[in-house]
Design a protein around this ligand. Structure first.
Ligand code: CAA
Length: 295
């Protein structure tokens, strides 16, 4: 299937909801692509952290010769931060990247649909596994402008945007999403709205299986990861990647797969659940499968 389209995305000012790892990354690549970006987050701490991550990432891209200093400075200058939803007025495309909680996402989408009566403003969601069709219902009569735009971490380095139309999404919105992702320098690929889409339908059971292999004593984490890295050319082994994603997120996505596909074989491995219970969530807590003393 072709991944490009001649349809223009018609976006000048992009609003990003959530200044976390994903929202921050989406804002950065959008600004690098020349869009004006406004990032909303209600927590000042999140905004400060996001600014620091942008500075570090842009400096790294300059250091590696992937971006000129002028382009990095210009990209930075195109991003502003706001702490009220009203301050997003005037954006012509919104991407929400808030916490993976159906209720929170639906409340937000329903507010945005009411605040933006202009139906040409697309409401994109960066969910990694929640049903887009379900989220779209929150936009009521304008459910057709809701679409899944799933980015991957670290956003500035990862090539893919998984594009997931809701059952209600119009072909025009899908084409514009593909055009926008392409303009961001990404490769958009389409998946249908089934639990986990493609990325997490395939990735998460593999990660879960790595936890089973560890739990059953087939090998220690270093060997499991080493075997998958050296034998399959993975940049990170599945257990290292689980730490990078967050063990709580992995657990959550496995439960979404089990519920959505009506099959308990997708339930999270008991050892994975136990690590989460112990607060060992991965990089973000300094310990998961492995320890990260510097974090
Ligand atoms: N911006 C700019 N530069 C960055 C960066 C960022 N955000 N993150 C890392 N880098 C830099 C590093 O600092 C490093 O620079 P140096 O070489 O100067 O140290 C460089 O990129 C390469 O990093 P690494 O040395 O760590 O080497 P790497 O070749 O392993 O690349 C990686 C890092 C791209 C993260 C690679 O390990 C990788 O592809 N890992 C797999 C990531 C993955 O699978 N992501 C998807 C997770 S799933 C998801 O996001 C969706 C979901 O729904 C759960």
């Amino acid at each position: 299937m072709s991944t490009t389209t001649s349809t223009d995305h018609h976006v000048k000012t992009l609003g990003v909801l959530g200044a976390g790892q994903m929202g921050g990354g989406i804002a950065q690549v959008s600004a690098m692509a020349g869009l004006t970006v406004r990032v909303f987050d209600a927590f000042p701490g999140a905004i400060d952290k996001c600014k620091a991550v942008h500075a570090k990432s842009l400096a790294k891209l300059v250091e590696k010769g992937k971006l000129s200093q002028e382009a990095a400075t210009a990209a930075s200058g195109r991003i502003s931060f706001v702490n009220t939803l009203d301050a997003l007025t005037g954006c012509d495309w919104l991407v929400e990247a808030v916490i993976e909680d159906v209720k929170i996402k639906k409340d937000l989408l329903s507010k945005l649909a009411a605040m933006y009566p202009d139906e040409s403003v697309v409401l994109a969601t960066n969910t990694s596994s929640i049903s887009i069709t379900d989220l779209a219902t929150a936009a009521g009569k304008t459910a057709h402008r809701v679409v899944g735009m799933h980015f991957f971490n670290p956003v500035p380095l990862m090539q893919l945007v998984e594009v997931i139309p809701a059952m209600q999404t119009t072909p025009q919105v899908i084409d514009r999403t593909i055009a926008l992702a392409t303009a961001m320098g990404k490769t958009p690929l389409r998946a249908n709205d089934r639990a986990g889409f493609i990325s997490n339908r395939v990735l998460m059971p593999m990660i879960n299986e790595a936890f089973y292999a560890w739990m059953e004593g087939v090998a220690e984490p270093e060997a499991i990861d080493g075997i998958m890295k050296l034998g399959c050319n993975f940049p990170m082994g599945p257990l290292r990647l689980a730490d990078f994603i967050g063990l709580d997120t992995c657990c959550h996505i496995m439960n979404v797969l089990a519920d959505g596909l009506n099959n308990d074989r997708y339930r999270p491995c008991p050892l994975l659940k136990q690590l989460v219970t112990a607060g060992r969530l991965g990089d973000k807590t300094g310990r998961g499968v492995y320890a990260y003393p510097s974090k």
